[in-house]
Design a protein around this ligand. Structure first.
Ligand code: FAS
Ligand code: PHB
Length: 390
């Protein structure tokens, strides 16, 4: 039987960042990941990091490439009614900015740092089962054709929305809150220069579009599609045509097209489970909550959960006090629900809803008109987008 202090299920950003913080504090931990490292890195997801997330990565020594390649952004653009409206995030948030740096690169940096420190990540460890999560927790899983048992003091469920951790908690002990959206995002990655220097969030009667990037030579674009759409149903040309239809002419003319490196459809949902703790099991990141990516909060919420859980674990192992662990769920959920509200608001204001009618469309335009003319409204957007202090 293997033994560790903290068993982490999942080697996505949440699991890897928690493992890095624990390792730095001398708290033994093992990550159990069902996929290969290559598969984890193949998933193209988030692109915008809050300052708090960057600070945590720097703290664990994973900001060298981030500092060299990450793009500091001081504003975003909203496109509606054929025009661009810049939101000066830095001015309206008291000087804070965001960093554009892909989740894939964050994951790669954390993986490489973990491996260099000789910390244990068991990839392709399948069929994980969480046992006795109340008292003496254990995780069993299949690795190289045999069953392995990992005893621990605590389990961090960092295994995403479809993971095993949340499902290991008795349904009677949980409350779930969910809102599904009648559409998804078709994302395309291409090695072409971005359409602009900053992100452009576009509201159009044909649907939402987002112009993002990974570097000055690699762009990430999204268009709202029906929830039933599949990436295979969209040719690159069809994507580029639809994207440009949804952008102001001044922007559409700046879009450089090229062959897609990756194309995928992400479902959009708002989801929270309460509480985020059951006995010795703590849920972090997508395992506990999901936000529509419109507010660029998903990855950043994973980081803030990890921050709160790590502080609780450090207090426990340092002072044998459980105060931080006992407060984890309430503290993490307070930030989660604020991000849920913000992400729902951004999504509701910028997307086309099949049943919204002309009145609903006018309300969206009125919201955007007010937003782009009110310092108070732009400050509210800015402080949420750049991320409230941890
Ligand atoms: P993750 O899902 O990243 O990682 C969970 C890990 O656990 C995975 O490696 C998985 O293989 C592993 N796992 C699952 N079940 C397991 C089991 N039973 N045993 C062992 N391991 C298991 N956020 C944004 O901010 N912007 C975006 O544009 C954006 N786009 C997204 C697109 C998609 C398709 C998805 C699904 C999410 C997107 N997100 C986006 C949100 C995303 O970035 C998440 O918030 C982020 O990955 C959360 O990180 P983790 O909580 O670590 O979960
Ligand atoms: C991305 O670059 O993938 C991205 C950026 C901002 C978002 C969502 C996704 O709100």
């Amino acid at each position: 039987m293997m033994r560790t202090q903290v068993a982490i299920v999942g080697a996505g950003p949440a699991g890897l960042l928690l493992g890095a913080l624990l390792g730095q504090a001398g708290i033994d931990n093992v990550i159990v990941e069902r996929s290969s490292a290559a598969h984890v890195l193949s998933r193209i997801r988030a692109g915008v990091l809050e300052r708090g997330t960057v600070d945590l990565l720097r703290r664990v020594g994973c900001a060298v490439r981030l500092d060299a390649e990450g793009l500091i952004h001081e504003g975003i653009d909203l496109a509606f009614d054929g025009a661009l409206h810049r939101i000066d995030l830095k001015h309206h948030s008291g000087g804070r900015t965001v960093t554009v740096y892909g989740q894939t690169e964050v994951t790669r940096d954390l993986m490489e740092a973990r491996s260099a420190l000789g910390q244990q990540t068991l990839y392709e460890a399948t069929d994980a089962v969480l046992h006795d999560i109340g008292e003496k927790p254990r995780v069993t899983f299949q690795k190289d054709g045999r069953e392995v048992e990992l005893a621990c003091d605590f389990i961090a469920g960092c295994d995403g929305f479809h993971g095993v951790s949340r499902q290991s908690i008795p349904a009677s002990a949980l409350r779930q809150f969910e809102r599904a959206y009648p559409f998804g995002w078709l994302g395309l990655l291409a090695d072409v220069p971005p359409a602009g220097d900053e992100l452009i969030y576009a509201r159009h009667e044909r649907g939402f579009a987002l112009c993002s990037m990974r570097s000055s030579s690699r762009s990430r674009y999204y268009v709202q599609v029906d929830a039933s759409d599949r990436a295979e149903g969209w040719s690159d040309d069809a994507f580029w045509d639809e994207l440009r239809r949804r952008l102001p002419e001044s922007v559409a003319g700046q879009v450089t097209t090229g062959p897609s490196i990756e194309k995928s459809v992400a479902a959009l949902r708002s989801f929270v489970v309460e509480p985020l703790r059951h006995g010795a099991l703590f849920l972090c990141g997508d395992a506990g909550h999901i936000v529509p990516p419109t507010g660029a909060k998903g990855l950043n919420l994973a980081a803030s959960d990890v921050h709160y859980l790590f502080e609780g674990l450090r207090e426990f192992y340092g002072e044998r006090s459980t105060g931080g662990l006992d407060a984890y769920s309430a503290k993490a959920l307070a930030r989660v629900w604020n991000a849920e509200r913000f992400s729902w608001w951004m999504t509701s204001t910028l997307h086309r809803f099949p049943d919204q009618g002309e009145f609903g469309q006018r309300l969206q335009l009125a919201e955007l008109d007010y937003l782009t003319q009110s310092d108070a409204a732009m400050s509210a957007l800015a402080e949420n987008y750049v991320g409230l202090p941890l």
